[in-house]
Design a protein around this ligand. Structure first.
Ligand code: SAM
Length: 310
């Protein structure tokens, strides 16, 4: 399995490592060849992976963060301009500070800002500050995650392989998307939601959820009859919110996160897939996690899997 098409955005809580599991769920439940709608797309690692595996027919990417949505729009629909801007930007402390002082106005500027700060801030987090700090005294310098040639080549490949499969990219709220989902005329849609983390979200993303938004998401999903998969960081509030609904199923995984590589943490997958064959899926997933399916990169991820009703 090749990871050459992995997301060019570094994202706290990126789901690249569990994407093969979501692929497996889609295959097991005959939800392949569908329109995959990702309304908290961030680095879009699951969508990219499913496109690479040709498991979904089309993808819709939505994020509340206009920088993120602009990045994906420019990458897929105005590739040359984005690549040109990235090629031309000088990765230096001076550029970083000058850009920090200026608010990007156009979609093109927002896309460049998104990419530039994502690759020059600690863990891809804007609030994390510049890698190496102003003094650049650390062994990690501002450009240590900015291998221009490799990143440009990867983005060109992603755009050339997938642009035709991107149905839409836009700025939007997950709530608007899900609350209108029942009205969608198109039947073959599947929703994948990877919301900002409970509690830690504020530190990680410019757009995050307060408790009331986490609750609103839960209420919205409980009313949604279309198939959906939700991923969450392991937090007691997540179980509190979802455990009262016996019709939902969960899969729990241990994952190492980019923003916190030192400590593995648990990640929940929750779904409304009907007739979840828990026993069968459990066995298959255990085999899957033990087998060669996992590249070295992924092996750090799935050290433990369990499934069942919440
Ligand atoms: C956990 S990250 C997604 C990471 C992504 N799954 C990946 O693999 O890179 C959550 C994303 O939700 C976005 N977000 C926050 N509030 C939102 C809202 N109300 N509607 C849509 N997106 C939102 C954030 O901007 C962030 O990009």
């Amino acid at each position: 399995m090749s990871w050459d098409l992995r997301s060019p955005l570094r994202y706290p809580g990126a789901k690249r490592n569990i994407a093969p599991l979501i692929e497996k769920l889609l295959i097991d439940y005959n939800y392949t060849d569908r329109v995959f709608v990702e309304p908290c797309c961030g680095g879009a690692s699951v969508s990219l992976y499913l496109l690479e595996q040709e498991v979904v027919s089309k993808v819709v990417l939505i994020d509340k963060d206009p920088w993120v949505a602009s990045f994906w729009k420019m990458l897929f629909f105005h590739t040359k301009h984005l690549l040109q801007d990235i090629q031309n930007v000088e990765v230096s402390v001076e550029t970083w500070e000058a850009m920090k002082k200026k608010e990007p106005k156009t979609m093109r500027e927002k896309a460049l800002y998104c990419f530039f700060f994502n690759r020059t801030c600690y863990s891809g987090i804007l609030k994390g500050g510049m890698i190496g700090g102003r003094a650049q005294a650390s062994k990690y310098k501002i450009d240590c995650r900015f291998n221009k040639n490799e990143l440009l080549a990867r983005m060109e490949l992603i755009a050339s392989r997938f642009s035709s499969k991107i149905k839409e990219v836009r700025v939007g709220s997950v709530f608007n998307v899900l609350e209108r989902a029942e009205l969608e005329e198109q039947e073959d849609i599947i929703y994948y939601i990877d919301p900002p983390y409970v509690q830690k979200g504020e530190k990680l993303y410019p757009h995050y959820f307060h408790k009331k938004e986490h609750l609103r998401l839960k209420q919205t999903l409980e009313e949604l009859s279309r198939p959906w998969v939700l991923s969450y960081n392991d937090h007691p509030d997540v179980l509190d919110m979802y455990c009262s609904n016996a019709s939902l199923r969960h899969i729990s995984l241990e994952v190492l996160h980019v923003a916190d590589r030192a400590r593995p943490s648990k990640e929940w997958l929750i779904t409304n897939f009907p007739n979840l064959k828990a026993e069968q899926v459990l066995n298959e997933l255990i085999q899957w996690s033990e087998l060669e399916h996992l590249s070295a990169d992924q092996q750090e991820t799935c050290t433990h899997i369990e499934t069942g009703a919440l």
